[in-house]
Design a protein around this ligand. Sequence first.
Ligand code: FES
Length: 202
Amino acid sequence: MSIKKIFKEQPEIFEFSKNNLNEANKIINIYPEGKQQSAVMALLYLAQKQNNNWIPLAAMKYIGKMLIMPYIKVYEVATFYTMYNLTPVGKYFFQICTTTPCMIRGAQDLVKACKEKISENENELSKDNACSWVEVECLGACINAPMMQVNDDYYEDLDKEKIEKIINQIEKGETPKPGSYRGRKNSEPENNRKTLLNIKNA
Ligand code: FES
C-alpha cells in the first residue's frame, strides 16, 4: 500500500517547471469553461513526477490556487488515491502487483527479489536512495501475470531471475525494455495466435 502519512519535512514552496506549467495549462484547457477543477488529478500526477515521485503539501496548495479550488479539496483527492505518494519514494518506484492472478503466478518471488535487492521492507529507500518498492492491488495486466510497474512502465511475465536482472539494469542507470519478458506481443498467446488469424490486429 502507498503510505498516506504526510512527510514531516516539507518544502516551503513548489512551482511547476516551465515545461510542466505549459503541460498543466494544456490539460486545464481540455475542460469546458467552469470545469477546470476536473484537471486536479492530472496536475497532481504532474507534480508528483516533477518532485521525484512524491507530492508535497506546497504542491497541493499551488494546484489549488491554479484551479481556484480550496486546498482541502486538493488534499482530499491526493490522500484518497493510492497512485499519489505523500512521502518520498525512490526515483525508481517499483510497484509489485500481488492480487490473486499475479499471486498465483509467482508474485511473491518478485517481492522476495525486491526485499533482497532493494530494501528489507516496502516503502523503504534502497541504500543508494534510488529505489523503493511497494505491494499494490491489480494493475490491470493480469493476463501477463506476474507483473510490476516501475514509474510509467509495465514489466510483465516476470519471475525472480527476470526481475533481478531488471533491478540490476536500473541500478546501472540503464532503461530495461518494458512489456512481456516471455517474448509475447502485448497479451497474445505464447507461440503466436491460434485463433482469429484472418483478422488483422485482433
Ligand atoms: S492481478 Fe496483477 S495485474 Fe491484475
